[in-house]
Design a protein around this ligand. Sequence first.
Ligand SMILES: Nc1ncnc2c1ncn2[C@@H]1O[C@H](COP(=O)(O)OP(=O)(O)OP(=O)(O)O)[C@@H](O)[C@H]1O
Length: 231
Amino acid sequence: MTIIQTKKLTKYYGNAKNCVRALDGVDLEIEQSSFTAVVGTSGSGKTTLLNMLGALDTPTSGSVLVEGRELSGMTREQRAIFRRRRVGFIFQDYNLIPTLNVYENIVFPLDLDHSRIDTKMVGEIVELLKLKDRLGAFPHELSGGQQQRVAIARALAVKPAIVLADEPTGNLDSRTSQDVMGLLRSMSDRFRQTLVMITHNEDIAQTADRLIRIEDGKIIPAGGNGNVPEQ
Ligand SMILES: Nc1ncnc2c1ncn2[C@@H]1O[C@H](COP(=O)(O)OP(=O)(O)OP(=O)(O)O)[C@@H](O)[C@H]1O
């Protein structure tokens, strides 16, 4: 089943004189529960694509449908609820709240939404991400890798339908990277989550169900499990 679909998705920045075509007519379909790796050189449009899929930004033209709903047809408030309940974001710069401790950061989206905290599942995530001993610590007391793991735990705790991750293992050693990838995969199996991940790590990209290569805002045919989008 298709969970994400984009149609001629286009995002231009700047003005007519100085126009950056960050995304240039992207047609894409992503299957539910699949793991898609997005690769491409710096500035090719990867983050822009992720932002569009998660309703963090609006297209210049074209559309994004998630679970059959067109994101640009939503009101601002509907988009905020969609982001909070359906999407788990893992950003490159973590975006942790400095005044909250690790546990409070992890359950923050649930608190915001007045949702019940599944303490068993949060406990499992925390254990797998090796954060159990650091729950009372504040972000500034953590290493970069630990902060990244808190951001991952926070994204997964809401049991989102879609996990959008921008280089989530960039700051982790290879052993922890493998653990984090294992966790993301097993969470996606258990909760039928769809994972879309930007990565520069070829080994990780090769483990994806599908590899999408972006160049100058366009998807280009790429190698990767033979499952390559047509251009
Ligand atoms: N807010 C913005 N205003 C103007 N130009 C932007 C903006 N955001 C992105 N761009 C431009 O759009 C293009 C695509 O950027 P994007 O961040 O999507 O690339 P990327 O593939 O994620 O790069 P990286 O791997 O370096 O993170 C780049 O040329 C970038 O400079």
